[in-house]
Design a protein around this ligand. Structure first.
Ligand code: NAP
Ligand code: ZN
Length: 349
């Protein structure tokens, strides 16, 4: 067993405490990664607080992992010691079902193994990236292009791929009007990526507080959803709406903003249902869809796209003893635009 230092919550309310966790000894296809940075995703908070169902404590969250390979198993071919690598929201899948064969491991019919809070194929409870080391099978590791620093690469492993995948799937491109609801971790990546794909981008945020940022990040238009005029003015406008909001919103109001054949894709994952009126969809042949992260191949494609187009998240680097504070700020929508933990501070009081 390999012992790693980690920050864990021991109950839904926290706080985080420094602890140690065990990582398995390397299997032939495993790599050991020394984690340098870990992003804080709103999903970490949903999970730890039990929004999505019961979890086992202690829980070490973190699925936006960037680090360096420090050891490889005897049959590893894809990575070598010293490589700069990333790990996202999953660390394994069955590898045999039709969806795994398509490279869509996130939709594994036998359930992919979450980076934390899941039972892996060895019967061990997985623990995430708020830790110093992780052991992952090489097929679930991606290469971080040289031009991307590790701190800004980390959030791409979830916020980046979760927005890249639906933008690609639903064809964000020149001539398409894309709206992004919520300018947080996922939302600000959606703006940057949709802009780089050539779409006309609109941000729909609760207020105009972050308007300057939104336009700087690549949005062409910016509206406050607290203003009822916004919904009148933009009715029937968008080909694609990406909803990144972590809380319940009136989804019918947003569906009314879709043009003919438009799609609203939900990536935000609140605990509450989002009830849809069928007449929000029928009159303009609209679709309401969901999307979950992205496959490993597409995650590599996204990293390469970000390197090529010089796209990186806006981050605030924190030390490990500031995670509780950072979570409070995420819950208050006070994040510009992703917190990233500097793992070298793991043992600081
Ligand atoms: P985040 O940084 O907290 O961003 C969420 C944004 O939603 C906030 O910045 C805020 O934007 C808006 N918002 C928050 N509360 C709201 C409310 N009550 N009403 C209206 N708008 C509100 O969170 P994140 O890390 O980007 O994650 C967003 C959601 O995506 C979470 O539910 C997370 O679990 C989910 N997620 C899903 C996947 C997937 O695979 N589908 C992957 C990762 C995360 P404004 O201030 O601009 O209004
Ligand atoms: Zn995430």
């Amino acid at each position: 067993m390999i012992t790693a230092n980690a920050r864990a919550v021991f109950n839904p309310e926290g706080p985080f405490k420094l602890t140690t966790i065990e990582r398995r000894d390397l299997k032939p296809h495993d790599v050991l990664i020394e984690i340098k940075y870990a992003g804080i995703c709103h999903s970490d908070i949903h999970t730890a607080r039990g929004d999505w169902g019961p979890v086992q404590y202690p829980l070490v969250p973190g699925h936006e992992i960037a680090g360096i390979v420090t050891q490889v198993g005897s049959e590893v071919t894809k990575y070598a010691v010293g490589d700069r690598v990333g790990v996202g929201c999953m660390v394994d899948s069955c590898g045999e079902c039709v969806n795994c064969h398509k490279g869509e491991e996130q939709y594994c019919l036998n359930g992919n193994t979450g980076t934390y809070g899941a039972i892996d194929r060895y019967g061990q409870y997985t623990q995430g990236g708020y830790s110093t080391h992780i052991v992952v099978t090489e097929d679930f590791v991606v290469k971080i292009p040289d031009s991307l620093e590790l701190d800004v690469a980390a959030p791409l492993l979830c916020a980046g791929i979760t927005t890249y995948s639906p933008l690609r799937h639903w064809g964000a491109a020149p001539g398409k009007k894309v709206a992004v609801v919520g300018l947080g971790g996922l939302g600000h990546m959606a703006v940057k990526l949709a802009h780089a794909m050539g779409a006309e981008v609109t941000v729909l945020s609760q207020t105009l507080k972050k308007k300057e940022d939104g336009l700087r990040l690549g949005a062409d238009h910016y509206y406050a959803t607290s203003d009822p005029e916004t919904f009148k003015k933009l009715a029937g406008s968008f080909d694609l709406i990406v909803n990144t909001v972590s809380a319940e919103i009136d989804i019918n109001a947003y569906l009314s903003l879709l043009a003919l054949d438009g799609t609203l894709v939900n990536v935000g994952a609140p605990a509450e249902p989002l009830p849809v009126q069928v007449f929000s969809l029928i009159p303009h042949r609209r679709s309401f869809a969901g999307s979950m992260i992205g496959g490993i191949r597409e995650t590599q494609e996204m990293l390469d796209f970000c390197a090529e187009h010089n796209i990186t998240p806006e981050i605030e680097v924190i030390s490990a003893n500031q995670i509780d504070e950072a979570w409070d700020r995420v819950l208050a929508s006070d994040v510009r635009y992703r917190f990233v933990i500097d793992i070298s501070t793991m043992e600081e009081e």
